[in-house]
Design a protein around this ligand. Structure first.
Ligand code: NI
Length: 140
C-alpha cells in the first residue's frame, strides 16, 4: 500500500513549469517530472526533520585545506578525537602538492553534528567546505 503511486495534479505558472522542465532535463534521462518532484519533497521533509535539535542525523562534512598550514592537521585530528563518538569515518585525499580534501562522516544529534562541523569549518587554514545533513530514518 505504502509503495503504491497516487496521482495528483499540480497547477503552476507556465514560466515556473518551463524552468522546472529545464531543471528536470539537467538531472538526466533517468529522471522525469514525477521522480524529480518526489526527490524535492523528500529534500524538504529531510530538511525539516533534521532541523529539529534532537534529531538523529547523518552528516557528510567536506573540507579542503592547506597541507602546509602550520599545525592544522594536528588541530583537525584533535577535534575529531574530541568527538570520536560522532565520527563514523574520515577519508583523506591528497588533492595536489599543497591541498588536502577530507570527507568526515558524522552520526549523532543534529546540534552536535552541526557544532563539530562549525568547529572544523572555523579552524584557521580550512579554505572551503560544507556540511550535508540527511536523515538516518526510512525514506518513502
Ligand atoms: Ni593530504
Amino acid at each position: 500500500m505504502a509503495d503504491d503511486l497516487v496521482r495528483f495534479s499540480v497547477a503552476m505558472p507556465e514560466d515556473l513549469l518551463v524552468a522546472f522542465d529545464e531543471f528536470v532535463a539537467r538531472r538526466g534521462v533517468a529522471k522525469n517530472r514525477s521522480e524529480v518532484v518526489r526527490d524535492l519533497v523528500r529534500d524538504a521533509l529531510i530538511e525539516e526533520e533534521t532541523a529539529e535539535p534532537g534529531a538523529e542525523v547523518m552528516g557528510a562534512l567536506t573540507i579542503v585545506y592547506d597541507h602546509h598550514a602550520h599545525g592544522l592537521q594536528d588541530k583537525l585530528h584533535h577535534i575529531q578525537h574530541d568527538s570520536f563518538g560522532l565520527i563514523v569515518s574520515t577519508t583523506h585525499v591528497h588533492l595536489d602538492a599543497d591541498s588536502c580534501l577530507e570527507v568526515i562522516i558524522l552520526r549523532g544529534e543534529a546540534t552536535d553534528v552541526r557544532t563539530i562541523a562549525d568547529r572544523v569549518l572555523g579552524t584557521k587554514g580550512v579554505k572551503n567546505g560544507g556540511l550535508v545533513v540527511t536523515t538516518t530514518g526510512n525514506m518513502a
